[in-house]
Ligand binder design. Structure first.
Ligand code: GDP
Ligand code: MG
Length: 175
């Protein structure tokens, strides 16, 4: 039996999406296992690293989080230049953020690298009673646009580790 070779992967991962959708919260949940009810939007490191092990592979994520500049609905292309993966986040309690997520997707598809792995993330599913965007809506849009779709809650940790492991798996496959 062939021995699978060790893989060391370093990948830039960027988070995109409207302000307040939970990008920083998702990263902090993943990296530190914590959640803050009042996440300060403009404060906080915009850069995190985290290592994941997957079978024989070791994936080092360089995670780029926005530091509030998404407020202006634009990000310098250098933000996602060289990114191997992009996570576009919307908030299920706000249809506006879903519409804007589609704009972020189009922008990255236009300007990002060709084989960039893109995930569409519907966050805050713990707020079921306030939901404005149905699961099927997100899923359909993702399917039509070749994105992987996941519903998450940074608050309850639902699907957060799964999100980053899925990305890691895809990166290993592509390596
Ligand atoms: P960002 O601007 O996209 O980085 O969003 P933040 O991570 O700063 O989150 C904005 C607000 O939403 C903060 O008050 C968070 O506590 C809250 N938040 C983030 N994720 C969730 C979630 O999954 N569920 C709930 N209920 N609140 C969340
Ligand atoms: Mg933030």
């Amino acid at each position: 039996m062939a021995r699978s070779k060790n893989k060391n992967i370093q990948a830039k991962l960027v988070l995109l999406g409207d302000m307040g959708t939970g990008k920083t919260s998702l990263v902090l949940r993943f990296v530190k296992g914590q959640f803050l009810d009042f996440q300060e939007s403009t404060i906080g490191a915009a850069f995190f690293t985290q290592v994941l092990s997957l079978n024989e592979a070791r994936i080092k994520f360089d995670i780029w989080d926005t530091a509030g500049q998404e407020r202006y609905h634009s990000l310098a292309p250098m933000y996602y230049r060289g990114a191997a993966a992009a996570v576009v986040v919307y908030d299920v309690t706000s249809s506006d953020t879903f519409e804007r997520a589609k704009k972020w997707v189009r922008e990255v598809q236009r300007q990002g690298n060709q084989n960039l792995i893109m995930f569409l993330v519907a966050n805050k599913v713990d707020l079921e009673e306030k939901r404005q965007v149905g699961n099927e809506e997100g899923e359909l849009y993702a399917k039509e646009n070749g994105l992987t779709f996941l519903e998450t809650s940074a608050k309850t940790a639902h699907n957060v580790n799964e999100l980053f492991y899925e990305i890691a798996k895809r990166l290993v496959k592509a390596a």
